[in-house]
Design a protein around this ligand. Sequence first.
Ligand SMILES: Cc1ncc(COP(=O)(O)O)c(C=O)c1O
Length: 365
Amino acid sequence: MIVKFTNFPKEFKILKKDLIKKFNKIGSKGHYVLGEELKNFEENIQKFLKVKHVLGVGNWTEGTVMVLKALGYKRGDEIITVSNSFIATCGAIAYEGLVPKLVDVGDDLNIDVKKIEKRITKKTKAIMPVHLSGIPSDLDQLNKICKKKKLHLIEDAAHAFGTKYKKNYIGTIGDVGIFSLHPRKSFHVLGDGGLIITNNTNLYKKILMMRNHGLINRDKSLIWGTNSRLDNLQAGFGNIMLKKISSWNRKQLNIAKTYTKHLNKILKTPKFNLKISNPTFHQYIIRTKYRNKLKNYLKKNNIETAIHYPIPIHRQTSYKKEFGKISLPKTEYFSKEILSLPINPHMTATEVKYVIKKIKEFFKS
Ligand SMILES: Cc1ncc(COP(=O)(O)O)c(C=O)c1O
């Protein structure tokens, strides 16, 4: 048996008819940029997440660069975030001439809220938690700190479309949330894409112009802008995916529950609390000191795994100069133990059982 980490061909087979119909519809009208599909997609997301404003953009990274610019930060201002994330989390901050101030993570692999206040300085403007793998960060505490210190809360919601924290959706709880629609994300389009969501009308109006060169009509540009529009075709595909995402997220949660039930005595399974959230499990990240051996064993048995993330951002060559000397003990320690098991809505019960069986076999030996 081969267990794939993602299964795009299977997904394409399921959606093929609808995707082709959509392509035909958009193609026959010839509306490729800033058209009806994008408008519908933004309205559908608005209703789904119960948020005031939604903007489809080129990808998470460009979306975040625009958010940071629109919030009016100055070169050298600081944004508090984590190192246990994809490089883009810090990349977008640094691209804007801002300084990522890194805080260690807790056992849930999310920002350790107890360690934040020590890192706040006069230059700190915002906190940007990453809701890693679709498990929410401690948003009550984050909100409290942001209110007390008058900081913005910017949610890196790239992994967490559809996750709720208490009664609200991830991304709608802070001042602004940014999603990635990259194919590797649970909620995705068929290429690059991103979503910015906010209840702040001024911020929305600014970024609405920014994503299209600052233009208010064909000829008149009012502010700095770039080209970062989610194209109509991708928005059309997004509308199809949106109909599936709740049931696909539920499937992933069920796989996660099965993994946890069978594996929690032999390795460290993800920490989550179903009383306050419905984690969507974009990834299912376990921890074991035998990580590399287990990964190899699973590979030999045709089970694909991944590591999110093997090199913390502060240890990446691109950031060595800025952060090389920082010590984030848990982030560094966990990077050697973490392993993402296959999880996707197209996995069969037999495949899940096979993964569990092989992991148990490995630990027995
Ligand atoms: C946590 C996190 N933030 C940001 C990004 C960047 O998203 P994009 O590729 O849409 O720019 C990713 C993508 O992998 C991510 O995992």
